[in-house]
Write a protein that binds this ligand. Structure first.
Ligand code: CO
Length: 470
């Protein structure tokens, strides 16, 4: 075995994306982020993750902000730091598959508006769902990082992961990510996994995990010792719990060792000072639930990501069935097994979670079946590592013949039609992509935007009239 080179560990800061997605439902606004960009830019991060995932949806839906505008403002502010986004493969930033022309255009526009690194994953780990996005990023000279959606189960052996990693490297990925969305990767397993991957591929390897189960910083330490190149951390006010390990803690841990980041703790402290009142305010308003800050050992028992746990809680609350929480948690792994033992990450996590809730509430399994469950069982999200449960499949989709090809091969181009539909509201090229992903939410936002502008125009006209009476 080759000696592992000991070198400074690189860090991706997640405070502008995953940290607030995991802890405060993605509600941090652009105005709250911009004042600290200059300082973040001085730290020396490998990259700052600041876009994609749920940020796009939440900006439009809850904050009434244009996500593209946010990205451009980041690009203006970050002069020295690479910007990173999270991308759901053929599902882009949405919940079902899109045509190749939409995926290609989205990648192109993300890079054109300022993204440097696109982390692409698929909720089924079906390589075919990653190809279009990777090729598009390669074509635009962006950095395509491809993620293994890490999960546990009989099928997920070291051979499974190394085989997938090899295929990802061959596909043209510039780096590999182990994406552990539920915090399931244990420290000594990380040693084995990183060592095996390092022996298999030559592209850099990044590790992304969550603190949910309490092991994350130990996992990082073992992964770094095993040769991982980059780790994802969050500034302390929005670290731990369902978020990432704290940046300052990891920096201090490796100080004076060959892995030393060289970051300035004083600068990091100033950044933490900036975010602390935002955290306090979120705690006070209830946006930040203290429940999300502790160690959730149920994660290890049920292998459910933190975000999914809070989704289940709110779904059950809406149904007035909070007492069914543990029954639902026990149903989740059974549904997952019926659905080919897929990873639990957006959108498969929502699909499995919702089905588990329905199975328990109805008192009969698969009595009520949402379209998305049927789509999974029809092969429309791609191939799973294990076969579907044939009885469940029969009950849900009847005699429909499941597809086995790459699902997007059956989706005709969508862009031209979308452009036509949205024409009266178009103010920038990117609007068609916003509309493609979230038609209703986008339309509401465009109408809101128009109304705001009319208001501003009226005020300006009013002022002008007063200034220059006629
Ligand atoms: Co994450």
């Amino acid at each position: 075995m080759a000696e592992i080179a000991k070198k400074p560990i690189k860090i991706t800061e997640t405070i502008l994306r995953d940290a607030h997605q995991s802890l405060i439902a993605t509600r941090m606004t652009t105005d709250q982020m911009l004042p600290i960009v200059e300082k973040l830019d001085k730290v020396g991060y490998h990259s700052v993750e600041c876009w994609g995932g749920a940020t796009f949806d939440a900006s439009l839906r809850f904050l009434k902000e244009d996500p593209w505008d946010r990205l451009r403002k980041f690009r203006d502010g970050f002069k020295n730091t690479k910007l990173q986004m999270l991308f759901r493969g053929q599902n882009i930033l949405g919940y079902s598959q899109y045509a190749d022309d939409v995926v290609e255009y989205f990648v192109q526009k993300s890079l054109a508006n300022g993204i440097d690194i696109i982390r692409i994953f698929d909720c089924m780990n079906d390589i075919r769902n990653l190809e279009t996005a990777v090729k598009a990023a390669n074509k635009e000279k962006g950095h395509a990082q491809v993620a293994l959606s890490y999960t546990l189960g009989e099928a997920y052996t070291l051979e499974y992961w190394t085989d997938m990693a090899k295929r990802i490297e061959d596909m043209g990925a510039n780096s590999l990510c182990i994406k552990d969305m539920a915090g399931l990767l244990l420290p000594y397993t990380a040693t084995e996994l990183v060592t095996a991957l390092k022996e298999t591929v030559s592209i850099p390897i990044q590790l992304h995990t969550h603190y949910t189960s309490g092991v994350a910083s130990m996992t990082y330490m073992k992964a770094v010792e095993a040769g991982v190149d980059v780790i994802d951390t969050a500034m302390s006010p929005f670290a731990l719990g369902t978020s990432q390990p704290a940046t300052e803690v990891m920096v201090e841990t490796f100080k004076g060792t060959p892995y030393d980041t060289g970051f300035d703790q004083k600068l990091l402290a100033e950044i933490a000072d900036y975010f602390r009142p935002i955290r306090d305010e979120a705690l006070e308003s209830g946006l930040l639930n203290p429940k999300n800050l502790g160690v959730n050992i149920k994660t290890l028992l049920y292998q459910v990501p933190g975000g999914m746990l809070s989704n289940l809680t709110s779904q059950l609350k809406d149904l007035g069935a909070e007492d069914k929480y543990y029954e639902v948690l026990e149903e989740v792994p059974r549904v997952r097994k019926d659905l080919g033992e897929c990873p639990l990450v957006t959108p498969s996590s929502q699909i499995v979670g919702t089905q588990a809730v329905m199975n328990v509430i109805q008192g009969e399994r698969y009595k009520m079946v949402p379209q998305q469950t049927k789509d999974v069982l029809s092969g429309k999200y791609g191939a799973t590592v294990k076969p579907f449960n044939p009885e469940v499949q029969k009950k849900c989709i009847g005699d429909v013949e499941p597809i086995t090809c790459r699902p997007a091969d059956l989706i005709p181009p969508q862009l031209d039609k979308l452009k036509e539909e949205i024409a009266p509201y178009m103010q920038q090229d990117e609007d068609v992509l916003t509309y493609a992903l979230f038609p209703q939410v986008a339309m509401d936002y465009f109408k809101y935007r128009d109304a705001q502008q009319t208001k501003v125009d009226a005020t300006v006209a009013d002022t002008e009239n007063k200034a220059y009476p006629v």
